[in-house]
Design a protein around this ligand. Structure first.
Ligand code: 2P0
Length: 324
């Protein structure tokens, strides 16, 4: 009853921010993302009837503040497998945790896959994505590789459906992450989303406009139209940050270097370099580019004062079992 799985973070190009059902963690908007191959979470789950409670370590340290969410995810898998047994869970990230690098996405995707394997539970892909989504909205997307869409399915068997829309090799874009502050973010995503919903006057407009953004991005991906994807992705990112900033108190995840990076990328694209940015709930700037532009993009980002390091990645596969 032991298995190890790996998963990679994903970065949303059309963003998820807000929940229609907090208790069941149902997103208020669909999202579209790319799964990376460069950063990896490795999670081992060992179910053991001798344990009285679940045990969880992240990068070798006990993290009691995350234990409830981990056990909640395990409960869903245990419920489907019909067994009542506790687990020892060890998770390792080869990149900074909780710094806006989507560690909860890769973490809960790897956890769901490893737990299902360890219990030999018969859970289909759609249902496993739904289990991961309940643990962390973005985690459902890391179950799949390449370009991935999470769609709302009100009234369906599951409230969302997650699917791959293009494989990683079908449009092999590259990603450079300018790390401007590797420390943990000031406000967690769940808290930030609730504050935004409750206090931003622009939140309804954000939700209303998301379907059109998704459709535009989906079409750009289908056509492999880089410029169109760049425009709609930067628009979704900036719109999400605008609605975050309009909460009370406003959520400002950026630092000065974040803004410098954003201008750098815009200048590069205006000069014909195929690159665009996206920024999540943290100050790091993720730059997506065509392979030919990759060296130029990483060199430009590395030269910006305040950029501490540049992580690089291609597009990769979804979460998978590596040992059972
Ligand atoms: C996203 N983010 O689409 C957006 C953009 C951050 C900014 O999904 O509350 O950790 O656990 O469902 O998945 C981060 O949110 O939030 C996120 P919960 P999660 O990638």
């Amino acid at each position: 009853m032991k298995a190890t799985a790996i998963a990679h973070p994903n970065f949303a190009l059309i963003k998820y921010w807000g929940k229609s059902d907090v208790e069941h963690n149902v997103p208020a908007v669909g999202s579209l993302s790319i799964t990376l191959d460069g950063l990896t979470t490795t999670t081992s789950v060992h179910f053991d009837f001798d344990l009285e409670s679940d045990h969880f370590t992240l990068d070798g340290l006990e993290r009691p503040e995350m234990a409830e969410r981990v056990s909640g995810c395990l409960d869903l898998v245990r419920g489907r497998a019909g067994v009542d047994v506790r687990a020892r869970v060890g998770s390792e990230n080869d990149f900074p945790t909780a710094a806006g690098l989507a560690s909860s996405a890769s973490g809960f995707a790897a956890l769901a896959v490893a737990a299902k394997e360890a219990l030999g539970a018969e859970i289909g892909t759609t249902e496993l994505a739904d289990i991961a989504r309940q643990a962390s909205g973005s985690a459902a997307r890391s179950l799949f590789g390449g370009f991935v869409e999470l769609r709302l399915r009100p009234g369906g068997r599951f409230p969302t459906e997650t699917l791959q829309i293009l494989g990683p090799a079908e449009w092999p874009l590259r990603v450079a992450v300018a790390v401007t502050d590797p420390g943990p973010k000031t406000t967690g995503s769940t808290e930030g989303m609730l504050r935004t919903e409750q206090t931003s006057p622009f939140y309804p407009a954000w939700v209303e406009s998301s379907e059109a953004d998704l459709a535009e991005a989906r079409e750009a991906v289908a056509r492999r139209d880089f410029e169109a994807l760049a425009e709609i992705s930067e628009s979704s990112c900036l719109k999400m940050h605008a609605v975050m900033m309009s909460a009370r108190p406003g959520l400002v995840y950026w630092n000065g270097t974040t803004v410098e990076c954003l201008h750098c990328v815009r200048k590069l694209r205006a000069g014909g370099v195929p690159a665009f940015f996206t920024i999540d709930a943290g100050p790091q700037v993720k730059v997506i580019c065509e392979p030919d532009a990759f060296d130029r993009v990483t060199a430009e980002l590395a030269s910006i004062e305040g950029v501490q390091r540049v992580l690089t990645s291609g597009l990769g596969d979804g979460a998978r079992v590596v040992e059972s």
